[in-house]
Design a protein around this ligand. Structure first.
Ligand code: NAD
Length: 517
């Protein structure tokens, strides 16, 4: 199966929210497997982003007032369309990023699951809610959820479909409009997903895609939107947090990780090795939740290193638009250099290569072998810093306490994986880890795929959460409407103020006996 056709790129290019696109400067979009040009994309400006926000604001007025079930119907249709069109979507995901077919499928399934989950729960989550009023029976208090307005979404290249649209799905269902700035290397992935959303019935101005440089288009979104959802590096996240903070607008960020796996004696090492391959090398390790550090109990460390090393050496690596190849390419020269630098630096400082350890230009310009290191010293860059590539290091530990201490010895706190003799031991270890998600007996999939549960980072791995109820309500302004009935705070007519002031404290005291107060 080849990359998507020129006609597909042309059709999708017409969807960018950049007027007179034919007259604009363009940027090439490359096929990662080969380095060949697939298409070009118009480069948007700060003004394009601001204009898209203005149009989005107008469109949002009516959208926010529509019954939630009507909004949900669009996303139920979208769920079906995404699954029906999965082959062409996977082709696009692979073409722009060089990822394996299986990693491309993860994106499609994630979008479908997120659309269905939020379509189902949004009516309930957004329903006005009665809470206990100030004075029982005398104060009627209702909490309502107003949309923020226009949400700016800034997304990265590694999962360029799901990270561009899944957060937007929740924002749209909450009644907002969205303006998206996709990563410049992967604009067509975002456009291919958004095209299906328009087909499902969403008005174009409610979800505009403005491609362009982060420092120009991304910055304009932060300057003019009402809430920013960012996925990307911790460095960019810090910058955007400052800008959003200065405007006092809401900001949610899913950032980097240096995710640990703990393997205790008694775990099935063959099973751990297979799962660690998924956990470390899915999407060629260019995955925020992928594992980069493995802490193994001393007594089983040699055996685990041997089993895992053999398994990694046998990973199938290559280009191809079909299932069966386990690992694909990296996305860019920059990524290739970053991975090679981390490996070479660790080896120069004394680390041992157990598997991989080199680029594979024979397979394509951006391939790098899945790599396992041992003996990585604390001075090596990859000891603490996120590699964001197919590199994992194994460290022996004396027992659970040292494993937990080492796992938590990081500023990051995104994801972790735990393997022990029993599931309950694994869960007990998991509860001691400072990370937003922990998977017992798997790498990252079950926690990420539990769409009903919050996902996000502690420490410098993020602010706020996606998925779960909080992944939708963060896009709302909760509003309390309290209506006074029968009696107002001045007391009953005819009761002297002094007497009323005496009555109030015992009344407040008595309120403590009423449930829910
Ligand atoms: P990046 O921060 O360089 O870029 C992400 C997006 O931000 C891109 O669209 C980029 O154009 C834009 N951007 C860059 N500078 C900007 C600026 N000054 N103002 C506004 N926008 C700007 O990140 P990346 O290298 O593309 O992505 C990899 C990083 O993302 C890794 O650290 C990875 O861990 C993280 N990530 C996190 C998650 C998560 O859910 N926690 C998911 C995927 C990736």
């Amino acid at each position: 199966m080849p990359a998507p056709s020129a006609a597909t790129f042309k059709r999708l290019a017409d969807l960018v929210a950049v007027p007179d696109a034919a007259t604009r400067p363009t940027r090439p979009v490359l096929e990662a497997f080969t380095g060949k040009q697939l298409a070009t994309v118009p480069v948007g400006t700060a003004q394009d982003a601001k204009d898209a926000i203005t149009r989005a604001r107008t469109a949002q007025n009516g959208w926010g007032d529509r019954p939630v079930v009507e909004r949900s119907a669009i996303f139920n249709r979208y769920h079906d369309l995404v699954l029906q069109n999965r082959d062409s979507l996977m082709d696009m995901a692979q073409a722009e990023t060089g990822k394996s077919r299986a990693a491309a499928q993860e994106e499609i399934l994630d979008i479908a699951m997120t659309a269905r989950y939020y379509a189902r729960v949004a009516p309930k989550l957004l329903r006005p809610r009665r809470v206990a009023g100030m004075l029982p029976g005398l104060t009627k208090t209702v909490v309502r959820y107003q949309p923020k307005g226009v949400v700016g979404v800034i997304s990265p290249w590694n999962y360029p479909m799901t990270l561009a649209v899944s957060d937007a799905i929740a924002a749209l269902l909450a009644g907002n409009a969205v303006v998206l700035k996709p990563d410049s290397q992967t604009p067509y992935c975002a456009l291919a997903c958004v095209e299906l959303l328009y087909q499902a019935g969403l008005a174009r101005d409610l979800f505009a895609v403005v491609p362009g440089p982060g420092s120009v288009v991304g910055a304009a979104l932060v300057e003019s939107s009402d809430f920013v959802m960012f996925t990307g590096s911790t460095a960019t996240g810090r910058l955007l947090a400052e800008q959003a903070g200065a405007r006092l607008i809401g900001f949610s960020a899913e950032l980097g990780g240096k995710n640990p796996m703990i393997v205790m004696a008694g775990a099935d090492l063959q099973e751990v090795a297979d799962a660690a391959v998924r956990g470390c090398y899915s999407n060629s390790g260019q995955l925020c939740v992928s594992i980069e550090r493995i802490y193994v109990e001393q007594s089983i460390a040699p055996e685990f290193t041997r089993i895992f090393g053999e398994r990694v050496t046998n990973i199938t690596l290559g280009a191809g638009y079909e299932f069966g190849i386990e690992m694909g390419s990296l996305i860019s020269e920059e990524q290739l250099k970053a991975v090679a630098r981390h490996v070479d630096d660790a080896v120069a400082k004394g680390a041992t290569v157990i598997a991989g350890g080199k680029a594979r230009p024979d397979l394509g310009p951006l391939f790098y072998e899945p790599t396992v290191l041992t003996g990585v010293p604390a001075e090596a860059e990859c000891y603490r810093d996120e590699t964001f590539g197919p590199l994992v290091s194994i460290y022996p530990v004396a027992g659970v306490d040292e494993a937990v201490e080492q796992a938590n010895d990081t500023e990051y706190g995104l994801n972790a994986s735990v393997w022990a003799a029993t599931k309950s031991q694994g869960e007990a270890i998991a509860a001691r880890i400072r990370a937003g998600t922990v998977n017992v007996d798997e790498g990252y999939g079950p926690a990420w795929g539990s769409t009903g549960a919050p996902m996000g980072g502690m420490g410098i791995s993020g602010v706020g959460r996606r998925h779960g109820p909080e992944g939708l309500t963060k896009y709302t302004e909760p509003q309390t409407i309290a209506t006074t009935r029968i009696l107002n705070l001045g007391g009953p007519r005819g009761v002297p103020p002094k007497l009323w002031a005496k009555i109030l404290p015992p009344v407040v005291k008595a309120l403590q006996w009423i449930p829910g107060r």
